[in-house]
Design a protein. Structure first.
Length: 232
C-alpha cells in the first residue's frame, strides 16, 4: 500500500494535482477520511504536529487550491508579476480552514538584486536577464557572467525585452529596493516577502541578501542562512 502511495506521483495528469495536495495534507496531519483508499497508511516518523504547508503559485488555480484546502499561499511574483492582486484576492475570498491554519496567510515571492549602488545592481542583474532571454528563445544554459552579458550583441527587440525582464524584478540599491518592496507589500496587504536572488557570482548573491537584511533591520545570519530570506 505504501509503495502504491509513493508511486502515484510519478506519472499523473494535471487534473490530479488538487487531490495530490489534499492527500499530502492528509498524510502530514494524519487526517485522511475513513473512506480514503490510503486511510490506513501513516506518514512516519510520527511527530506531535506537522510543518506549515505553503503552496507556491503564480495564478488563480493555485490560489484556489490553497484556499479550499486551507493552506498558506505564496504568490510567485518572480514568475508572473501581473496576476498578484487577483490571485491573492481569490485566495482570501475563498479560504476555508481545514487543518491548523484558522485564517488566510499569504506572502509574495519576489526576485531581488541589491547592491551598494543602483548601477552595480543593474550590472549584476544583467546576467539573469540574458539567461532568461536565452531561455525564452529556447536556449537553455547556466547564468552567464556579467562580462558576457554586457558584451552580448543585443538586437533592439532583445534590448526591449531585457528591460521588461529587469523591470519585473526589484533591482537597485538598498533604499530603492526597500521602498519598492514596502510599496508592494502595502498594495497587496501582505507582511512577508520571500526573496530569491539569481546571480552568476555567489558572492554578489550573498551581498544582495546582506544589504537587504540591513535595510529591513534583520540579522545577517538569518538572511544568509538559506537561498531565500523572509523580510517582514
Amino acid at each position: 500500500m505504501t509503495a502504491a502511495v509513493l508511486a502515484q506521483g510519478r506519472v499523473q495528469p494535471i487534473e490530479r494535482f488538487g487531490q495530490q495536495l489534499s492527500d499530502l495534507a492528509g498524510f502530514l496531519y494524519d487526517a485522511l477520511p475513513p473512506d480514503h483508499p490510503y486511510h490506513h497508511v501513516h506518514a512516519t516518523p510520527r511527530s506531535p504536529g506537522a510543518p506549515e504547508m505553503w503552496l507556491l503559485g503564480s495564478g488563480g488555480d493555485s490560489a484556489a487550491y490553497a484556499a479550499v484546502l486551507g493552506l498558506a499561499f505564496s504568490y510567485a511574483h518572480f514568475i508572473n508579476p501581473n496576476a498578484a492582486e487577483e490571485s491573492l484576492s481569490t485566495y482570501r475570498e475563498h479560504f476555508r480552514p481545514l487543518f491548523e491554519l484558522e485564517a488566510p496567510r499569504a506572502s509574495v515571492a519576489v526576485r531581488v538584486v541589491c547592491a551598494d549602488t543602483a548601477a552595480e545592481a543593474r550590472q549584476i542583474a544583467s546576467s539573469f536577464a540574458l539567461q532568461r532571454l536565452r531561455m525564452e528563445q529556447g536556449r537553455l544554459g547556466r547564468v552567464p557572467s556579467v562580462q558576457e552579458a554586457l558584451a552580448y550583441p543585443y538586437s533592439e527587440a532583445e534590448l526591449a525585452r531585457v528591460e521588461v525582464i529587469l523591470g519585473q524584478g526589484f533591482v537597485g540599491d538598498p533604499a530603492q529596493v526597500k521602498a519598492r518592496l514596502t510599496d508592494l507589500a502595502t498594495a497587496l496587504q501582505i507582511d512577508e516577502l520571500v526573496v530569491v536572488t539569481i546571480t552568476h557570482d555567489p558572492v554578489a548573491r550573498r551581498r544582495s541578501y546582506e544589504l537587504l537584511a540591513d535595510a529591513f533591520e534583520l540579522s545577517r545570519s538569518h538572511a544568509a542562512s538559506s537561498p531565500s530570506a523572509a523580510a517582514k
